[in-house]
Write a new protein. Structure first.
Length: 527
């Protein structure tokens, strides 16, 4: 499998844009599309959940038909346990929630859940037509055992068995229909004793976006942390020892980065490795390109030894596919150059796209990869619930950082990143002047650099203002904000439907725009 993951949790792509990218990924060499459509189809099962610009089922079926005609196999994802925010935030479905007012996870023991999900799966099959694989999600179900009913079940059995009794019923529903199920692997790896209980027809999607060879560290599910060999908890060390250290665990040996894939493979599952082109911690204007590339390079190579790879692209982090292209093109390039190095790929990328052989482009992307206050989804206040962010969010965050004594560190970070962002813009300007092609692509990167420069200056101004100082002109920052907001909305116009484009722009700019106006009108520092 050479798959590309289309995430519509936040993005609501226009049909021409989707069709353009389907053609592009097919030309690159992808053979599978993983469709995480969520509320961007008007499902009969959950009519209240449809996004304002959601596709009618018959129109989305035409898009799936185009993918099929391009040689792309379609695999739908329906989240069947966690990541169901777009459903549970509606009062009609609140009774299905595992954790009171939380909207992130279904209760796996609720008697109404299984028929609800199975009926919805049937509707998916109506839209997607004849498919070979159906992905049931199942990842990050960290609220297991929260409600009294589930807590008692877990006490008598285990959290892992609570998980598997629900998931197995969903998997079997597909198996009975001659459809192969797929599952994100993290919860099985967090409770590895349940691996023997999962049907072997299941394809395991083994994801982790921060790992790469040479770091000396591995990710440990269940403990949710990156560890060197001396930090691996003893119970995990002994359970996974054969896969962590296949050649022996004597001093000097580093643990195997992809030990989880080997474990699942030895258990008899088909295993697909899943790197990321966008994930948690990225700036909203520009991802951490080098991290994504080294993760994809190593993860994809592991997948080539097993059953394939799927490149994930999580739209909650907002920066568009155009700014993920270096990672998107990497996996298919490796299929054509199985012995190729990342340096060789980078050289070929800049020659093909810009007619240039130097590394200024990669240096610029590195300088834009580091985050500051108000440059990530968490510090802008938006998340997968797609709810409105309170107007005073930025002010409240500044108050919180002040109370925790962290404002000075944030100020110094913003000053340091500002210098780097400005240097990146200088490099991109040089590249634009000397490139023989790729001007439209470079415009996206230049706009990202300008947005990050402005964001750093805003962070410096707001923090200084909070500390009773003046650094920067609020009016000038607001004037530039209006220009950048307009340009960024124009950038999103070809890809995003109008209602969601307006929301994205609000998430990107409104919280600190409100803070700038609020502090500019105040004569006294807030603290």
């Amino acid at each position: 499998m050479r798959g590309f993951h289309i995430d519509m949790n936040i993005a609501q792509f226009k049909r021409p844009y989707l069709e353009q990218w389907l053609r592009k990924i097919a030309e690159l060499g992808y053979d599978t599309v993983i469709w995480e459509v969520e509320n961007n189809v008007r499902w009969r099962t959950v009519p209240e959940c449809a996004a304002p610009d959601a596709f009618p089922p018959e129109e989305f079926r035409q898009i799936v038909d185009l993918a099929r005609s391009l040689g792309l196999e379609s695999i739908p994802i329906l989240q069947t346990l966690a990541h169901c925010e777009y459903v549970l935030k509606h009062p009609r479905y609140k009774h299905l929630s595992e954790h009171g007012d939380e909207v992130v996870q279904y209760c796996p023991l609720h008697p109404g859940l299984r028929p609800f999900l199975q009926g919805w799966m049937d509707e998916y099959l109506d839209v997607f037509g004849a498919i070979n694989v159906f992905h049931v999600g199942g990842d990050e179900s960290w609220w297991l055992g929260s409600c009294p009913r589930c807590k008692e079940y877990a006490r008598q059995h285990s959290l892992g068995e609570l998980y598997v009794q629900h998931v197995n019923a969903i998997l079997q529903y597909l198996i009975d229909r001659k459809i192969r199920p797929a599952l994100w692997a993290d919860m099985v790896l967090s409770h590895p004793h349940i691996a023997d209980l999962i049907p072997r027809q299941t394809i395991m999607f083994d994801w982790m976006y921060d790992i790469y060879r040479g770091s000396g560290k591995v990710w440990v599910w269940g403990d949710l942390k990156m560890c060197d060999r001396h930090q691996i908890p003893p119970n995990r060390y002994h359970f996974y020892r054969r896969h962590l250290f296949p050649d022996g665990d004597e001093p000097g040996r580093e643990p195997e980065t992809f030990y989880t894939a080997d474990f699942l493979n030895d258990k008899g599952f088909a295993v697909v490795t899943c790197p990321g082109a966008s994930h948690f911690g990225d700036n909203v204007f520009m991802g951490r390109t080098h991290l994504h590339m080294v993760n994809t390079y190593d993860s994809w190579r592991k997948g080539m030894e097993l059953d394939g790879s799927v490149l994930t692209s999580w739209s909650v982090h907002l920066h568009p596919w155009e700014l993920q292209l270096p990672t998107i093109e990497l996996g298919p390039w490796m299929e054509r150059h199985p012995d190729g190095t990342l340096i060789e790929y980078q050289r070929e990328f800049t020659i093909n796209h810009f007619g240039l052989e130097d590394n200024r482009f990669w240096r610029a992307l590195g300088l834009l990869s580091k985050s500051i206050l108000f440059s990530t989804m968490l510090t802008l206040g938006h998340d997968k619930t797609a709810r409105d962010v309170p107007p005073a969010f930025a002010i409240e965050l500044l108050n919180k950082l002040h109370a925790e004594g962290r404002l000075t560190a944030e100020l110094e970070n913003a000053r340091g990143r500002l210098v780097e962002y400005q240097a990146a813009l200088g490099l991109l300007s040089q590249i634009t002047a000397s490139a023989t092609r790729g001007g439209e692509m470079l415009k996206h990167y230049v706009l990202a650099a300008r947005n990050l420069i402005h964001r750093a200056e805003v962070a410096i101004h707001l923090i200084a203002r909070f500390q009773g100082n003046t650094e920067g002109d609020a009016k000038e920052l607001l004037d530039r904000l209006a220009d950048l907001r307009s340009e960024t909305e124009s950038m999103y116009e070809p890809s995003q439907r109008s209602a969601r484009r307006a929301r994205i722009i609000t998430w990107l700019y409104a919280p600190f725009e409100h803070a700038l106006k609020d502090l500019a009108s105040s004569t006294n520092p807030p603290c």
